[in-house]
Design a protein around this ligand. Structure first.
Ligand code: AMP
Length: 249
């Protein structure tokens, strides 16, 4: 089995996002960027399937700037076999990403594509589903457990009321949720080894895909500042403040 894992380079989850003064987006100059946390979970799952003898090859693909190579190297250091960078400095929306991934799937013929359920920069939660639709493949989204047997995947999904397990035939799309696994840290020897693993350099034009944006960002603003809390002396005072000042009772 071959597994394709798309990985996105995003603002590190520990970094507080700064909005550009013209409100056109988030300022990404001189800030730490990392692999989207859900994509780390996808890489981990794919590598575990390889270690369990269920998969033979794990290929990672990223669509983004030259520096997204670092994100691919991180995945290679975790245990993926090779990478593909589709280099572009443009912002590529989920539909453009899904169209490019569909072309990569055509070339690579993986049995499973494991994506993150969402990229934490734009929170679109759309690429996996769009890719499933473009390919006509079954999809198991928000996976908290994945088991492969007899040409199918049993995917346990976190839904509102609890856990739902579905069986989907391969090839299929899986999107990963937070509780699927705990991604490993790459060891130093593996980081060194990853430097010798191949990364294929491509461009969106190589796939003949139109990645022009379909959406227009109207404005990006910071969340309202939270006001400082207040310590009250008694329950009566709390109730009175909730009634008369906060207006919530
Ligand atoms: P989104 O639909 O943007 O929330 O992203 C969901 C998932 O799609 C991510 O977790 C990645 O696995 C994949 N993805 C989105 N954008 C990219 C990209 N530029 N390069 C590689 N994978 C991506």
């Amino acid at each position: 089995m071959k597994i394709l894992v798309p990985v996105k380079r995003v603002l590190d989850y520990n970094v507080k996002a700064r909005v550009k003064p013209d409100q056109s987006g988030v300022d990404l100059s001189n800030v730490k960027m990392s692999m989207n946390p859900f994509d780390e979970i996808s890489v981990e799952e794919a590598v575990r399937l390889k270690e369990d003898g269920k998969a033979e090859e794990v290929v990672v693909v990223s669509i983004g700037p030259e520096k997204a190579q670092e994100t691919i190297r991180t995945a290679l250091a975790m245990g993926a076999d090779r990478g593909i960078l589709i280099k572009t400095d443009e912002t590529v929306e989920p539909l453009g990403v899904a169209k490019l991934l569909a072309k990569v799937v055509e070339e690579e013929s993986p049995d499973m594509v494991v994506l993150g359920k969402q990229a934490i920069d734009d929170d679109a939660n759309a690429t996996g589903q769009m890719l499933g639709a473009l390919l006509g493949w079954p999809q198991g989204t928000f996976a908290s457990k994945v088991e492969i047997a007899d040409g199918a995947a049993n995917v346990t999904r976190e839904v509102d009321g609890g856990l739902q397990t579905i069986k989907i035939s391969l090839p299929a799309i899986v999107t990963t949720d937070l509780r699927l696994n705990e991604p490993r840290y790459a060891s130093l020897p593996n980081i060194m080894k990853a430097k010798r693993k191949p990364i294929d350099m491509k461009a969106p034009d190589d796939y003949g895909v139109d990645i022009a944006p379909r959406l227009q960002v109207v404005k990006v603003t910071e969340p309202p500042k939270r006001e400082a809390g207040e310590i009250v002396e008694s329950v009566e005072e709390l109730v009175s403040k909730l009634k008369n000042e906060a207006g919530v009772l």
